[in-house]
Design a binder for this molecule. Sequence first.
Ligand code: NAD
Length: 251
Amino acid sequence: MTKTRVAMVTGSARGIGAATARRLAQSGASVAVVDLNEDACQETVAAIHSAGGTAIAVGCDVSKANQVQDAVEKVVKDLGGIHILVNNAGVIRDNLLFKMSEEDWDMVMNVHLKGHFLCSRAVQKYMVEQKYGKIVNVSSTSALGNKGQANYSSAKAGIQGLTKTLAIELGQFNINVNAVAPGFVETDMTKATAERVGVNMEQFKEYAAKEIPLRRVGQPEDIANVVNFLASDEAGFVSGQVIYVAGGPKA
Ligand code: NAD
């Protein structure tokens, strides 16, 4: 691809999504910063602008089909196309099974698994027509099982199945579909977990790092760099893969 690529990164107001939006912009993509609230996207958009890149803010709840459709249409209209989708938006509602409410199950499944489905379905039309596309999904080491995360680990394991299936269906249209599966990454999400279990963040990171072969927790940029590679033409023959980015074989 010689012309400027357009990337849409969901949940990019902060954390891993924000770092990914900045990294893709650094690689030359025009970026749609998508999050629940358009105002919350402004910080990421401003960071991309001040580094000389192109970005717009788009408010969208990825679990709502009509909002996803409108968001994708806006991206295509305002930025001139869609070539890269990073499905990153996420929430946690952790609890042990016997305490997990139906609402918390539905919320996590809807934002993660349904959100990945809705966004992928909305962009595929454009990607199929142009015979070019890169979809990068965000799974987690929790897909392998994690206490207190029946909802989240199921959604993240489902995302791995979705990734492989879409790679099979869309490969013939020159669309690559891959996933990253981060381990512990220092963001507001892990800060919220530390608060919930009543440990301060520095201690929480220290405990986590002891179990990680590289002896440190991840930073959002660690994930963004791998997403950037999977979204690039250098990864043109990689599809249907799940890359664990966890400082070791698994966290
Ligand atoms: P974060 O909470 O810092 O950021 C998540 C972003 O998603 C927020 O800006 C939030 O507003 C947005 N979001 C939530 N629901 C949304 C919705 N319905 N529609 C649109 N946007 C929505 O979290 P993070 O740590 O940066 O996580 C990013 C992704 O990485 C998530 O999918 C998460 O599950 C995954 N992940 C994180 C870790 C970690 O250790 N932080 C590990 C593995 C996987």
